[in-house]
Structure formats: C-alpha cells, structure tokens
Design a protein around this ligand. Structure first.
Ligand SMILES: [Zn+2]
Length: 206
C-alpha cells in the first residue's frame, strides 16, 4: 500500500486532510469508526507525538480511561466536522458555520506564549499552552484545517474520483488534474475496469 506509515495511509497531502480521512482505507470509503489505537497511530505517524509519548498514550485507556474517552470523542467530533467542511469546500459550496465550530473549539485551546527554557546549558524557546491537557494534541490538525478553509474556492482540496472511496486529498500535481487519492489503488482499479469494459465491448462488437 502506498504512503503507508505505521499502518496509516497518508494520502491527503495535508495534516487536516489525512485526519479527515481517518481511519484511512483508500478504495473502500470513509468509515465512521475511530479507535483509540487508530488515533494514537495517526499522532505518531504524523510525528505530532514521539514514539515514547505514543506508548504512554496507548495505555491511557487503562490508566486514565476518562481522559482517553474525552480525547477520542473530541477527535471524532473534529474528524466529522472536517469531513463536512472539506466536502463543501471540495464541491465549492458554502461551508456551514456549524461544521467549522469544532475546528474553532480546538483552536481556542492553543492559546499560549513562548518561553525560554534552559536545557543543559543551552536555552531554547518553547511554546507553553495556556491550557495543558490532551486537547492540545489536536491543535496542529485544527490549525491545518483552518488554513485550508481560508483558501476558499481556489483550494486544490479534492474528493477521490472513485465514488466508492471518496477520500480527500490535496492536488499538488503540476497539472492540477489529479483524480485519485491513490493511483496504485483507486486509479489502477479504474483503469482495469475501463480496460475490461473496452475489451468486453469489442468482443461483443465482433
Ligand atoms: Zn480513492
């Protein structure tokens, strides 16, 4: 499978698009489920958290189930909002205000400031969130989504042309004519089907 990082297909080209596609299964269409393992796998695959932090988070369902439950719910709410937002954006329709609200909710927790922090004789600037907590883990996704929304009709956010797939992707191609979330999956399936149709039609014609 292409662009597969730790079992997660990152075909979107933008952080928020990959998040909207979660759990990414090209060619099989969007799923409404989202497990704790899939969420943490995504955070790790996209390097929002380190492998060590991912290990800590994975056991949170046992050490602090309430916190894990809250974050997973927040993540699903954001994921569903991104799907509604991106669907309207890709189709050049008006984006409903209520679809954007969950993005704003996450952006609100990213308030903070820079601070100098000493680390073995050297100093570095560290961003200190006003509120700690796990919601912070979704901040980069919300920021990425907000940037996409502001692109408006000029955006190259697209829906995969395979109607059974409908994953989102960002068309970074030079010609701006990319049609498939993944050429090796949806694109090739389409080619094979088209070939079979042509081949079949010719046979019948003879
Ligand atoms: Zn696809």
């Amino acid at each position: 499978m292409p662009d597969l990082v730790l079992g997660i297909a990152l075909v979107g080209g933008r952080l928020a698009i990959d998040f909207a596609n979660l759990p990414s299964r090209p060619a099989s269409g969007p799923s409404n489920s989202l497990s704790w393992e899939e969420l943490i796998g995504f955070l790790r695959a996209t390097r929002i958290v380190s492998p060590e932090r991912a290990e800590e988070l994975l056991v949170l369902t046992e050490t602090d189930p309430r916190a894990a439950f809250d974050l997973l719910n927040r993540a699903k709410r954001l994921r569903d909002a991104l799907r509604a937002t991106f669907d309207a954006l890709a189709r050049k329709q008006r984006i409903p205000r209520e679809s954007v609200e969950p993005i704003n909710e996450v952006l609100r927790v990213t308030e903070g400031h820079d601070e100098l922090v000493e680390a073995s004789r050297t100093w570095r600037i560290e961003y200190i969130a006003r509120e700690g907590g796990l919601d912070w883990l979704l901040a980069a996704v919300a920021r990425s989504a907000a940037e996409l929304v502001t692109e408006g009709e000029e955006t190259r956010l697209r829906l995969c042309a395979n109607p059974a797939c409908s994953l989102f992707f960002y068309d970074n191609s030079r010609t701006h004519r990319r049609r498939w979330c993944s050429m090796s999956l949806c694109g090739n399936r389409h080619k094979v089907a088209a070939f079979a149709r042509r081949h079949g039609a010719r046979k019948r014609g003879n």
